[in-house]
Write a protein that binds this ligand. Sequence first.
Ligand code: PAF
Length: 285
Amino acid sequence: MEILRTAGEFRAWSRKTRLAGQRHGFVPTMGALHEGHASLLREAKRRADVVSLSIYVNPTQFGPSEDFQKYPRTWEADVATAEREGVDAIFAPQTLYTPDSITQVVLPGWNAVLEGEIRPGHFDGVATVVAKLFHIAECDLAVFGQKDAQQALLVRRMIRDLDLPVDLVVAPTIREEDGLAMSSRNRYLSSEDRSRSVVLSRALGASVDAWKGGETSPEKILAAGWRVLGGTPPDSVDYFTLLDPDSLAVLDARATLEGPAILVVAARYGSTRLLDNAVLGNVWA
Ligand code: PAF
């Protein structure tokens, strides 16, 4: 496994592999790898001949009140995970920005919905760094997790709007045995909050069951989930709502669900925010 530290090294590695006729699958991460990331690497491996992984804690996607310095950095464990999953190259740059870099990729409107509203500037940072990573990686395909559904939808739209030559693969969320979606944030939960947090996946499940039972009213689909959430309420719920995956509009509760939709939840336990989601229909087609 190669460890590549500069954009030039990573691009040269990618060009060499592709010239040799190999299909290059890329998994961008900020490190602190867990089983969810491992599943993305396995998905890339299934679909490509060589797999690269980037580990870069991107400062531009953190807001002023979010602690970039405190983001977990677990280099040795990450390298071991990458080795175990048969990764061919890790791209781990010191930085991806020059001090005077000013260019940004912005998806107006899309950057201010739900997560974007709560974390202003977050999706501008994500879109910009992902565009940079794609340009450097020159990969054939990139694997993202459904866990960060808004991010995956944003990347899909950016690829389309900018004609980026990358196939996007969105891999299913990996869950703990009790249903909690795996996340690098789970380590910050107290054991009591960890037990309570299982309600998030159960609430999503109740809404999905209502939809599977033929319910097409967003209001009633959401009500089924809210009933479960109300049983073991998180400290607060930032949102529990349905999104249109093509326009990213929050669905009107009184409308009728006609196409695929994505059910998203964000809730707080102490200072830890957890996100989860479920798809209704074929969102990633
Ligand atoms: O999902 C992440 O870990 C990050 O947002 C990403 C895509 C690596 C960009 O920094």
